[in-house]
Design a protein around this ligand. Structure first.
Ligand SMILES: [Zn+2]
Ligand SMILES: [Zn+2]
Length: 345
């Protein structure tokens, strides 16, 4: 199969031929239809988040169909109802193969204090797709069946891919905002463009902050229902009750705090951020808080994927052929597209 390989920090991604992976017990073999790219992939490339055992196939927003499984019976998955016709619905007709999504959370221990208290996102033994496990920048991938998520049927694979990280981890960040009605989103990229739609559907007002002069992102924000869109150097017309910082820029944390009403929360949604500059205690005073969000749980995944078609969330994607993964990532780095980018093998 064709795959894009990360071989180490500072080395260019390389297109290679690799054997199709063999699923182990409990794993599914997937034919990859689409794989979203994510800012985390840039952090991995740049060494800000480390890949312990390169070479590694990156990519953790995978949509694929099940073409095999690790118990040696390639048809087992196609025959989930056990009626022997391989379609899983018991109506005697052959139906389409199962399509699943593979998110960043690829495996957890299931035994630690975090796993056993509904916080598997914090499992110290967790393995992450496209970092500790080969990901979706390839024609095929294997994934632990327990961590695969159902893909809403109304979404094409390329439009569903950005839900898998931008959507799911963004949704976890949104939940951390509690009942906040006036919500700021700092950095209006893949995650924010999804969350703005969910937030608006929930009855919140969205205030979008972009890099100064990013008219394209500001107009996308308005199109998706933001009541205000401007630069992160501007003050919103109202004090906000919560703000989510998606951009990996530490300076935005005090900037976001400065927009908050008393009791408000700043949620940092990224896996990596540049250092947060010091700020006066008065910026935090009156029960304002700053917190981070790490990874996702499978429960976040199911909840968000149930919600997405109800809103319905429309993802805006730029697609690239698999071979152009490196160009897609550089376009992400330089903000050359709005919404999300998706690789198509
Ligand atoms: Zn991601
Ligand atoms: Zn655990």
């Amino acid at each position: 199969m064709r795959a894009i390989l990360f071989e180490g920090v500072g080395r260019p991604l390389r297109a290679v031929q690799r054997p199709i992976p063999t699923p182990e017990r409990g794993q599914l073999l997937l034919k990859v239809h689409a794989c979203g790219i994510c800012r985390t992939d840039l952090h991995l490339l740049d060494g800000e988040v480390s890949v312990e055992h390169p070479p590694r196939i990156l990519g953790h927003q995978i949509i694929g169909t099940v073409v095999g499984c690790g118990d040696g019976d390639r048809d087992r998955d196609r025959d989930r109802d056990g009626d022997g016709n391989g379609d899983g619905d018991g109506d005697g007709e052959t139906d389409s193969p199962r399509r699943v999504g593979v998110p960043w959370l690829g495996w957890t221990c299931g035994r630690c204090e975090y796993c056993t208290s509904g916080r598997e996102n914090l499992c110290p033994h967790a393995r992450f797709t496209g970092r500790d496990i080969d990901g979706g920048m390839a024609e095929y991938a294997v994934a632990d069946e327990r961590f695969c998520l159902p893909v809403p049927e109304s979404y094409s694979s390329e439009l569903a891919a950005p839900l898998m990280c931008a959507g799911l981890i963004g949704y976890r960040a949104l939940r951390m905002c509690g009942a906040a009605r006036r919500l700021g989103l700092f950095g209006f990229g893949a995650s924010a463009h999804i969350l703005a739609q969910v937030a608006r559907w929930q009855g919140r007002e969205v205030y979008a902050f972009t890099s100064p002069g990013d008219e394209a992102a500001q107009s996308l924000a308005r199109e998706l229902g933001a009541v205000w869109a401007g630069s992160s150097a501007e003050s919103p017309p109202e004090q906000l009750e919560a703000a989510i910082v998606f951009a990996p820029v530490g300076e935005l944390v005090p900037a976001a705090l400065a927009t908050l009403a008393p009791g408000g929360t700043v949620v940092c949604a990224g896996i990596h951020m540049s250092d947060i500059p010091s700020f006066p205690y008065s910026a935090l005073w009156q029960e304002r808080s700053v917190r981070s969000v790490a990874n996702l749980t499978r429960a976040d995944g199911s909840e968000m994927l149930d919600l997405a078609p109800l809103v319905p969330v429309h993802t805006h994607v730029s697609t690239y052929p698999l071979a152009e993964a490196a160009r897609a990532l550089e376009d992400l780095r330089h903000g050359r597209f709005t919404g999300a980018a998706v690789l198509l093998p």
